[in-house]
Design a protein around this ligand. Sequence first.
Ligand SMILES: Nc1nc2c(c(=O)[nH]1)N[C@H]1C(S)=C(S)[C@@H](COP(=O)(O)O)O[C@H]1N2
Ligand SMILES: [Mo]
Length: 417
Amino acid sequence: MKIPRRQFLASAAAGLASAGLATRLVTAADQKVPVAPVGERPPPPAGSQPFLTPAGDFEDVSRGTPKPWSLQGEALAQAELTPETWRLEVTADDAVLDYVKEKTSISRPLSLDLPALRELGRKHAVRYIKAMQCLNIPGPLGQGLWEGVPLRDVLRLAGKMMNVRRIYYWGFHNGDPKQIFRSSLSYSQVMETPPEELPVFLAYRLNGEDLTLKRGGPVRMVVPWAHGFKSVKWLQRIVLTNDYKANDTYAEKNNDPESHLKTAAYLNDVAKQVPSGQAVMVTGRAIAGWSGLQRVETWLRPVNGEVAELGEDDPAWESAKWNACQLDGPPGNWSSVLPKGISTKDVLGFDRRTGQPRSWPLRYSMVGWSATLNGLARGRYELRARAVDLNGFAQPEPRSMLKTGRNAIQVRRFEVV
Ligand SMILES: Nc1nc2c(c(=O)[nH]1)N[C@H]1C(S)=C(S)[C@@H](COP(=O)(O)O)O[C@H]1N2
Ligand SMILES: [Mo]
């Protein structure tokens, strides 16, 4: 059956609208906004959010009763969450499943302690800067310089492997199966790292210090390209399996277990009232996800009378004027940003010889942005922000499922008086 194009678009839009999704089509005009080349972008203004989030300032998304980070003394040692008691067990799956024909085996099951992992780190340690972002929370949790040993180098110690297609892993869960928070990766994702991609690793340091219990220490998985749910805290168990299905706890909550970190723009708060004649400085943060980040744009919309939600199918979206903002450039002085003794040359994502970032923003990192609004007449306004990825797609285009990563277009309302 042929559906006229207009009618098709209308019904597609209605479908999206009824699903409550913040999805907008990108027009060719959208893609012609000039962006300052990396070298010309000014470093972040003084007093803006720190580039690296102190470990204690991350937003915490921890499950468990009691929360594993609240354990102390003997209970903490019993939980094997002290540097002395921590162990990582790596075994082959012995489950029998009718849809899996070949049995998994490894020649050397492992029980690794922290000194052994650190010893591996002398030769194989990697560091990179990554934003931690929950798939379901509309705002980054923090950004760290994570350090540890690639998972592939740990798995190599397990000897000869047969029939491993997936890697299942989880952490301490109060010994209660109902509290397990699991995640998984394919064997290839772990063992092979494409050029410029960052490896999955077992992190034991954050911002130059031992990983705190609250951030998932002694050891946490860090999956660079993924949302937080792949980065399991208090890591203790890895099971190599020939089961090809993802076993992620997050999948049970209607989330896409294979989703990638989304490119997204977030707005900081704006003063509710601004005196007329005064410039309005708006700021926010943006994440460079899987599809990269080209620019952030804002749309300032005068609103008269009562403020109502802008419906998904409101024609105002089609005539919206989006303006490119100023994206923060690399910090002027990296040594004041990185922990003492760490050079950018030792961090993945930077050129080994020059110490310059290989791309900006760094992959999977978070940067600040700002815009100054001048000459606003008295009245009420709505300000929206969106990110445009390296494909020229304004986010959250073209994907339509927020359960693969929340990056709807945020709005702030203010009044010029
Ligand atoms: N063991 C364990 N690991 C976990 C979780 C958890 O509940 N238990 N939450 C995950 C989710 S959903 C997110 S978004 C991140 C949050 O990391 P943070 O608490 O360091 O900010 O941790 C992940 N790792
Ligand atoms: Mo999360």
